[in-house]
Unconditional design. Structure first.
Length: 247
């Protein structure tokens, strides 16, 4: 048992540790429990405040990286800040509309020129969305920061930043299996596990840069997603086979 202090210990117990609960009773209890509380109640795993914002298990949305066809639409979204700047790239399968988060940029304490260089390295042609509030700065400072990034050659529009509707749109895609995440996005996955509301139902605004970038990307997708223009210097067969593993 983990020792909290010399006189306190933490014991984690779940339904499997209770002898009088049979399989039928456990199944009924689980069915009557909200998704975001099932692990807390059945396994004794502490819940995240009033619950995870996205009550979908990470293993249900995580996929192994694969080569992304050239004809798929791509876009990215950017959440900027001095402590951390995060960008998430997405690609959409035209056959079923599923969007795959396939790459990330995650770095703190660096100038826009540094972040911009890393972003352009993943494809200068890809359009992006940026937090219109520029992470809580004054309107003037935020506009200047956005101008700084555009001045570095990034193709950016202001992201749709309606928080609750954006969260719902992401959640809906996750529930329907229309949003997947490459297993290589370690920072996104780390934030996903802790993304939650507090006891008052408010979003906990810490360690959420990748989460915000992902929300911007989904909410602004139709405005920025595009397919790379054909390379006129190569043959048609080369254009079709060109792909990007995304990491």
């Amino acid at each position: 048992m983990p020792e909290i202090s010399s006189s306190k210990f933490m014991v984690q117990a779940g339904w499997n540790d209770v002898p009088h609960l049979d399989a039928k009773t456990k199944a009924e209890l689980l069915a009557a429990t909200p998704p975001h509380l099932r692990k807390a109640r059945s396994q004794g795993i502490p819940s995240l405040g009033s619950g995870a914002i996205y009550p979908v298990e990470l293993e249900d949305i995580e996929v192994a990286p694969f080569a992304i066809p050239r004809f798929w639409k791509r876009a990215y979204a950017l959440d900027v800040g001095w402590k951390c700047t995060a960008a998430i790239w997405g690609a959409q399968d035209p056959s079923d509309g599923t969007i795959y988060f396939y790459a990330e940029h995650y770095r703190g304490h660096a100038l826009p020129i540094v972040h911009a260089a890393a972003i352009k390295a993943r494809g200068e042609w890809i359009k992006g969305a940026i937090d219109p509030a520029a992470r809580g700065r004054s309107q003037r400072d935020g506009e200047q920061l956005i101008a700084d990034y555009k001045g570095q050659g990034l193709h950016l529009v202001n992201a749709v930043n309606a928080v609750e509707s954006g969260l719902y749109e992401v959640w809906q895609r996750l529930e329907l299996g229309r949003l997947k995440v490459f297993s290589t996005l370690v920072n996104f996955k780390a934030e996903y596990k802790l993304y939650r509301r507090d006891e008052h139902g408010k979003i906990v605004k810490e360690f959420d840069h990748a989460m915000d970038a992902g929300r911007y990307l989904i909410a602004t997708w139709d405005k920025i997603a595009s397919v790379q223009a054909p390379d006129r210097t190569v043959g048609a067969s080369s254009m079709i086979s060109d792909s990007d593993a995304g990491y």
